[in-house]
Design a protein around this ligand. Structure first.
Ligand SMILES: Cc1cc2nc3c(=O)[nH]c(=O)nc-3n(C[C@H](O)[C@H](O)[C@H](O)COP(=O)(O)OP(=O)(O)OC[C@H]3O[C@@H](n4cnc5c(N)ncnc54)[C@H](O)[C@@H]3O)c2cc1C
Length: 367
């Protein structure tokens, strides 16, 4: 006889799917509520960067663990989930982060000379400054990951918006969705932009900063390169100091975005609607200067909400309100597998890892 679900997960982005899958791996009955299509929120699009380089050594260790899970899933699901072409970072900040990687250990990363850089990143203009190569980094095959996890969860995925989360005096939690009412022992909220709103309904105020972001995709001129790495450009040599770029499956298209975001009010209205256009124009201008291997006319756009925490653009934390857990942060795709496992442990009585508690400020640059 099928067991009724003990744990509910709210949100079918990469974090919610990873959490639900980790619960299934533990043999826990789970229901995942997704209001729209799995992977249609902040997890949308075809590519993300997997990189080990971060300012906080604890986060480096956390994503290193995550990389092992990505490899395990790729084998289990029989699909490529992270490209084999690595991740590059250029500029002085790359060397600072390489130092953090060396402190932590266990990550195959090194400085790289201009010739090898040009070979691994044939779309980039001539560059002879400091550069680092992360061998086990690469482009996350986001769509393949969302599809594989959704298929593995099968009937556990319910297409319904959660309307209310109500912790009861008997220690259970009542969840009301558009189409039903059910009771769970624990609820894990991974609702992206909606997480802070749902947290307010149980009396928690999360320090999430809402912003908007644009990423553009460009076609490669001529034949797609056989290999092409992801890129983070902090050099300033091409007129911008915070740029990230990642290939799409097949390498014929390459996505580029400025790390900068555009501030919005709490209700999502823009303070300055033209600011998003300005980011878009700067990204095109950057491509014309730095990436001569691309046609500078964009072929696709991803617009999305960013929900970051005040201590770092890579910050992540989990808040607990009795049997309800809320996760928030930014740049979570790469670490979703280890985050999902940590949330599944916390949801089943194993306790929340100390590093994920808000006071730990995971992701904050360490001295
Ligand atoms: C353009 C862009 C580039 C990025 N680059 C990188 C990168 O290179 N590397 C990296 O690691 N990360 C990157 N990120 C960040 C990363 O994609 C996100 O942090 C991650 O996808 C967030 O996943 P999530 O599951 O937390 O949220 P989401 O994907 O937003 O999922 C939340 C889900 O909850 C659902 N939901 C909300 N409310 C309810 C409700 N009441 N009931 C039911 N369902 C609900 C939504 O429909 C949504 O599907 C990037 C993000 C963007 C947009």
């Amino acid at each position: 006889m099928a067991r009724s679900p003990q744990v509910a997960v709210v949100g079918g982005g990469i974090v919610g799917l990873s959490t639900a899958y980790a619960l299934v791996e533990q043999g826990v009955a789970v229901r995942l509520y997704e209001a729209g299509l799995p992977g249609g929120g902040q997890s949308a699009g075809e590519s993300r960067i997997f990189r080990h380089a971060h300012d906080d050594p604890r986060l480096v260790a956390f994503v290193r663990e995550s990389r092992a899970v990505w490899a395990d899933w790729a084998e289990r699901f029989g699909v490529e989930l992270v490209s084999p072409d690595g991740a590059l970072a250029i500029g002085d900040s790359a060397l600072e982060r390489l130092h953090v990687l060396e402190q932590v250990g266990g990550v195959a990363a090194r400085t790289i000379a201009p010739d090898e850089l040009a070979d691994r990143m044939p779309l980039l203009a001539t560059y002879a400054g400091p550069a680092m190569f992360d061998e086990a980094g690469g482009a996350i095959r986001t769509r393949a990951a969302i599809e594989a996890l959704t298929a593995a969860l099968g009937d556990a995925v319910a297409t319904a918006e959660v309307i209310s989360i109500d912790p009861r005096e008997d220690g259970t939690v009542e969840v009301r969705s558009v189409t039903d009412r059910a009771t769970y022992s624990t609820v894990v909220v991974c609702a992206g932009r909606e997480t802070a709103r749902l947290a307010r309904s149980v009396g928690l105020s999360l320090p999430v900063r809402l912003a908007a972001h644009v990423r553009l995709t460009f076609a490669v001129k001529g034949t797609a390169p056989a290999r092409v790495a992801c890129l983070q450009d902090g050099s300033g040599d091409f007129g911008e100091v915070g740029v990230y770029a990642t290939p799409m499956p097949g390498n014929a298209r390459y996505a580029v975005g400025l790390s900068q975001t555009v501030g919005v009010r709490d209700d999502g209205t823009f303070i300055d609607a033209a600011a998003l256009r300005s980011l878009d124009e700067r990204a095109r201008a950057y491509v014309a200067r730095a990436l001569p291997g691309l046609d500078p006319q964009p072929v696709e756009f991803v617009h999305c909400w960013v929900t970051d925490l005040p201590w770092s653009e890579d910050g992540v934390a989990v808040w607990e309100a009795g049997p309800v857990l809320f996760v928030a942060g930014h740049n979570l795709f790469k670490q979703a597998p280890s985050l999902g496992r940590a949330l599944a442990r916390a949801a089943t009585g194993g306790g929340l890892a100390a590093e994920l508690m808000p006071q730990a400020r995971l992701g904050e640059p360490q001295q």
